[in-house]
Design a binder for this molecule. Structure first.
Ligand SMILES: *[C@@H]1O[C@H](CO)[C@@H](O)[C@H](O)[C@H]1NC(C)=O
Ligand SMILES: *[C@@H]1O[C@H](CO)[C@@H](O)[C@H](O)[C@H]1NC(C)=O
Ligand SMILES: *[C@@H]1O[C@H](CO)[C@@H](O)[C@H](O)[C@H]1NC(C)=O
Length: 252
């Protein structure tokens, strides 16, 4: 038995695979909002007769992408260099935390502790849901977080017997069916962070936020990139405890 596993398609950041009700603090983070069950669209009854779905898994929660991390780091440098001005400033409650300084240990694209847990839990759930399947082979696309995800999935699914399982990584190129987009010339362009609809919209909505923050943070001189970094930091750098749902509010 063979599970075509762990595609690596779209940003999937703070995804909670099993939490119907992610912590409300994390629900307004745009595309980086944790996974939650979407409402069923009215009028849709199921798949058309001529469609079928193969089981597909993504990697678990990851750290920022290559173009996102420098924005977060740039913000931390700006704040670090302005620490004296921040210490002197009278800040609103919502920004008081900056007096303690903000540094980040994020790295590019790394699977997070939350991501490990998601895939482990997913392996356990998969076993309960499809007890008649006996998967022994796990296939991953050639991306470190995806490969690691397949191993955590295998641990949850097989426990100690995972040592008998086979893990395959499909190299990019040729007829790689698990990451076919790597062969698609339009893919790279679609990811150019300066020309996406998100970037165009960013030029509209970010500058007013920068102006507002700079009024509240005298002497720091945030740029629009720093503000953008702050928005990413909010999504990527919250306390792990919150993300793991160990706060009282979340149901598991
Ligand atoms: C100040 O900014 C520079 C880069 O502009 C950075 O290398 C340095 O780490 C910053 N200092 C602090 C204390 O964050
Ligand atoms: C912070 O306050 C101290 C003491 O009032 C002053 O000497 C210093 O210049 C101020 N620094 C900044 C960056 O505002
Ligand atoms: C649970 O919530 C209460 C009050 O809301 C708080 O005092 C307590 O520290 C929380 N416990 C944990 C483990 O988060």
């Amino acid at each position: 038995m063979y599970i075509p596993a762990l595609l690596n398609l779209l940003p999937f950041t703070l995804g909670f695979l099993h939490q119907d009700d992610p912590p409300s603090d994390t629900l307004r983070l745009g595309t980086l909002t944790p996974y939650k069950k979407a409402p069923i669209v009215e009028g849709i009854r199921g798949l058309p007769d001529d469609c079928s779905v193969d089981q597909i898994h993504r990697h678990g929660s990851r750290e920022p992408l290559e173009y996102e991390l420098p924005l977060i780091q740039g913000l931390t440098y700006k704040l670090g260099n302005a620490s004296e001005a921040i210490a002197n400033a009278t800040l609103p409650d919502s920004l008081q935390f900056l007096k303690q300084g903000y540094v980040t240990n994020l790295q590019i694209g790394r699977l997070t502790a939350v991501g490990r847990k998601q895939l482990f839990d997913h392996g356990v759930d998969f076993l309960f849901r499809y007890p008649h399947l006996h998967a022994e082979t796990f296939v991953a696309g050639n991306e470190a977080r995806v490969i690691e995800s397949s191993h955590w999935f295998g641990q949850g699914y097989l426990g100690m017997k995972v040592s008998d399982a086979e893990f395959i990584t499909l190299p990019d190129g040729g007829n790689n069916w698990i990451r076919p987009f790597m062969e698609c010339p339009a893919w790279g362009e679609s990811w150019n962070p300066t020309t996406t609809p998100g970037a165009i919209w960013g030029k509209k909505y970010i500058p007013p936020i920068t102006r507002r923050l700079n009024k509240l943070l005298p002497g720091v001189h945030l740029s629009d990139d720093d503000t953008h970094g702050a928005l990413f930091a909010c999504a990527y750098d919250p306390p792990q405890a919150l993300l793991l749902g160990s706060n009282n509010g979340s149901k598991r």
